[in-house]
Design a protein around this ligand. Structure first.
Ligand SMILES: Cc1cc2nc3c(=O)[nH]c(=O)nc-3n(C[C@H](O)[C@H](O)[C@H](O)COP(=O)(O)O)c2cc1C
Length: 312
């Protein structure tokens, strides 16, 4: 053993985590999705406990309340919990907050192997990624939709598929209105390219510089008015999941991130591609409008889109 390895070994024993365990914890957290890939968290290891802290928020124009930052932390927390479970320990989570910043301590307790579902999610962590190309029209099988919904569910929140034609039309109306508010936001436009559709490509080609929802084919630019009909059809034909929580405190945003990540990992295991969007939901009227129209008591936190990549 080299001196460096010996030092690492002593440090690992002090922490109560083996070097292999430390690697899995750090790697799993590092693979979590985050807004603008900012990874806005800090992971510190203590004796048998791993603490994930939200970083002091760099105020992002598009996210002044830090909602996206905390959803990102929730996704990282989910991966941390899954890593502890995958390593064969019970994982107890305790939330805290300092100066308005959320933290979560995950303690490895008794030996306890992961359930098949947890093991599957843990295996999907390094395979998960954001889909930023068009989706095909192939529908997501009902069995997968059920499993994704089940993965997102927890006592403090869960998911809700955008279902009927009427719902799709209502949601399209609300998103189209919010698109106007974000029309000039170039960052939003960039992020939304993950929602690109064949329509988006065609409209982009025809009209050049597109912004906001238009950039992804969800609206047309010609009149500067969102194309509600295109959006309604996409929402009707595709598998779009609304992730919501019972409360709207900072810790609820973290929980939303956990639900997002479980749904995403479940879909990844099933061979599906996923993209997500949160920006319209930063507006209170969009959140309340969506909840009202979908008849849900959940507070909308994220929209996720599931499907198969289009043939290129
Ligand atoms: C809270 C949150 C909001 C996000 N919003 C968007 C979005 O609006 N559009 C998009 O394409 N990706 C969005 N993403 C995905 C991130 O851009 C993505 O996770 C990150 O760039 C890392 O890439 P990966 O998911 O392929 O690992 C979001 C992710 C999180 C956690």
């Amino acid at each position: 053993m080299t001196v460096a390895q010996q030092v690492e070994d002593v440090r690992a024993r002090e922490l109560g985590w083996s070097p292999v365990e430390i690697e899995e914890l750090c790697e799993s957290v590092g693979h979590a999705p985050s807004v603008h890939n900012s990874r806005p968290w800090t992971l510190t290891l203590h004796h048998r406990t791993a603490v994930l802290r939200e970083n002091p928020a760099p105020v992002m124009d598009h996210d002044p309340q830090g909602r996206d930052q905390r959803i990102s932390c929730g996704a990282a927390l989910m991966n941390l919990v899954l890593a502890v479970r995958d390593l064969g320990w019970t994982a107890q989570v305790e939330f805290g907050a300092t100066s308005g910043l959320v933290s979560a301590a995950v303690t490895a307790g008794e030996p306890s192997g992961p359930s098949p579902r947890e093991a599957g999610w843990a295996e999907a962590i390094p395979k998960r990624h954001s889909h930023r190309a068009p989706f095909s029209r192939r529908p997501v099988p009902e069995l997968f939709r059920e499993k994704i919904l089940d993965a997102a569910a927890d006592p403090r929140g869960g998911g809700r598929w955008v279902g009927s034609s009427a719902e799709a039309a209502e949601v399209a109306r609300i998103l189209s209105r919010s698109a106007n508010a974000f029309h000039a936001d170039a960052g939003y436009t960039r992020e939304l390219t993950g929602w690109a559709t064949p329509e988006g490509r065609r409209l982009q080609h025809e009209s050049g510089d597109l912004r906001g929802l238009a950039a992804v084919g969800l609206t047309a630019r010609t009149t500067h008015l969102p194309d509600e009909h295109v959006l309604a059809r996409l929402l009707r034909e595709e598998s779009v999941l609304l992730i919501g929580t019972r409360g709207d405190r900072p810790v609820d945003h973290v929980r939303a991130g956990q639900a997002v990540e479980r749904a995403w990992l479940e879909a990844t295991s099933a061979g599906l591609s996923v993209s997500m969007m949160t920006q319209p939901l930063h507006m209170r009227e969009v959140r309340t409008g969506l909840a009202e129209r979908l008849g849900t008591s959940l507070i909308p936190q994220a929209l996720m889109r599931f499907g198969y990549p289009a043939e290129s």
